[in-house]
Design a protein around this ligand. Structure first.
Ligand SMILES: *Cc1c(COP(=O)(O)O)cnc(C)c1O
Length: 482
């Protein structure tokens, strides 16, 4: 083949672009543990770096990628690194990261089997692995979404379908105008994405009744029982495996049978964005006892499991309700698979990224025991952080507010009596100081009326030494704020 007729993708310049890009990615990752965790640049710096307006003329691809890296790097946060403890964010396991590069390279459309058979089959395989790992009922339906937000949307769309079907109403065809009224019971500490899913589904955010919670943020069974007596008609109840602040688990083994007994037609959904993974560990599984009795479960791949963004997973026990609620209307130019899995029947998207490859790679890299120890390590490291802070000298004035049962630690910095700053102000100041210091990154949060610092341990690469460095940094930050 002459050079002139070489296909564009066989151009050696493309291979060297990808190699150079891989080298620059590897360099960034090799340094991420040593650089400040926070971003270095301000918004104004970044705007200047990314530049505007769009030029009329294009630019050669290698220059574009170099310019992009130069513009972006000052505004990157060390999320893949070992001392990022903000939110529950996770890093990327090496095999999952590399698999995700391949997913972009292969550019399959994971909407229908016909547009990417491997992308479809890998989802079949990964879905079955996860159902087994998490101990969910066999034949549970699953869909791979952008995150837990859309996993909630997916599961609650299935819920809306099924509870209205039982009430004689076809919501997919006829919508919600004039439908029987749906009631939702959630926890007073449901994650913000639950009301948002209800908002998207037309059920409404303010229709839900809230179950009172205890000091750790778990629902109170007596409050649940009381609410169940009050409501009638189609009902959805959402429970939580892993409170976003404390990591606490709702008492699923008591709550689910109670709901079933009193309201057999209710749909029970579990938010397990990170906590569902407790089910994959023989040592932690007790936290989610009763989990398998629910109707649907939402979780993330991009948090505890350390798969790159974006990766959420919706599980629905009744696979028929799942696909009836989510399947798009027929399109004449697409033949649906018979036994083949057309992914768009399980998620709210049509064309989409092949998310199954990265999940497959993460689970293959870890194996069954590796998943368990990944999750167990997160808990041990969170407990090490809490223990390190509890042992700090009295002048540091630091308190741990939660029982560290999972990967979350809530930290408070009380004011010294007679000082100007009260505990909320001092805690806010310590959060600012730790973020500026750059050794680690933790966010502020509000917990039962108090300002707190919230640490989430969810990265595969975090070591004991990283936790100890973080304890020292927190102690320094607290001492700098009297
Ligand atoms: C993070 C989180 C969510 C939302 O997940 P996304 O992946 O960000 O959409 C929902 N529930 C809980 C408990 C979470 O921690």
């Amino acid at each position: 083949m002459s050079t002139e007729s070489r296909p564009a993708h066989a151009d050696p310049a493309l291979a060297s672009l990808l190699q150079d890009t891989a080298a620059s990615a590897a360099t960034w990752l090799s340094e991420v543990g040593d650089r400040p965790v926070r971003a270095a640049a301000s918004r104004a710096d970044l705007l200047a770096g990314f530049g505007a307006p769009l030029a009329n003329e294009g630019m050669p691809a290698p220059e574009v990628v170099r310019a992009l890296a130069a513009a972006a790097e000052p505004g990157l946060v060390g999320i893949p690194g070992p001392r990022y403890f903000g939110f529950v964010i996770g890093g990327s396991l090496p095999a999952a990261l590399a698999a995700d590069w391949l997913a972009a390279t292969w550019d399959q459309n994971a909407g229908v089997y016909a547009a990417g058979p491997s992308a479809s089959v890998v989802e079949e395989v990964v879905g079955a692995w996860m159902i087994d790992l998490l101990g969910l009922p066999a034949d549970t339906g699953f869909g791979f979404t952008t995150g837990c937000q859309m996993a909630h949307f997916t599961c609650l769309a299935a819920a809306r379908h099924e509870i209205l079907r039982k009430a004689g109403w076809n919501v997919e065809d006829d919508g919600l105008v004039g439908s029987p009224r749906i009631t939702v019971i959630t926890s007073a500490e449901a994650h913000a994405t639950i009301p948002t899913a209800l908002q998207y589904l037309g059920i409404g955010r303010s229709r839900s009744l809230q179950v009172a919670t205890d000091a750790q943020g778990r629902i109170e069974l007596a409050s649940l029982a009381e609410l169940l007596e009050k409501v009638d008609g189609p009902l959805i109840v959402t429970l939580q495996a892993g409170n976003v602040n404390t990591g606490a688990f709702d008492p699923l083994a008591e709550a689910i049978p109670m709901i079933r007994r009193r309201r057999p037609n209710a749909w029970i959904h579990v938010d397990g964005a990170f906590g569902l993974w407790a089910a994959a560990s023989p040592r932690l599984r007790h936290l989610v006892a009763g989990l398998g009795l629910a109707d649907s479960w939402a979780t993330d791949g991009h948090k505890a499991l350390n798969v790159p963004y974006d990766s959420g997973i919706a599980f629905v026990r009744d696979a028929g309700a799942h696909t009836r609620a989510l399947s798009p209307t027929a399109a004449a130019y697409i033949a649906y698979g018979d036994v083949e899995r057309d992914e768009f029947r399980w998620v709210p998207e049509y064309s989409r990224r092949a998310r199954g490859f990265a999940l497959w790679a993460a689970l293959r890299q870890l194996g069954r025991t590796g998943v368990a120890s990944l999750i167990e390590r997160q808990v041990e490291l969170a407990q090490r952080l809490a223990a390190g802070l509890r042992m700090a000298p009295a002048d540091v004035r630091v308190q741990i507010l939660n029982d560290v049962v999972f990967n979350q630690v809530l930290i408070r910095f009380p004011a010294a009596s007679g000082k100007d700053l009260d505990g909320d102000e001092r805690t806010r100041a310590v959060v600012r100081a730790i973020q500026a210091d750059g050794t680690a990154w933790m966010s502020g949060s509000a917990w039962h009326g108090l300002t707190v610092m919230r640490a989430s341990v969810s990265n595969w690469s975090t070591t004991d030494a990283d936790i100890d460095l973080t304890v020292d940094a927190i102690v320094r930050a607290a001492r700098s704020v009297s």
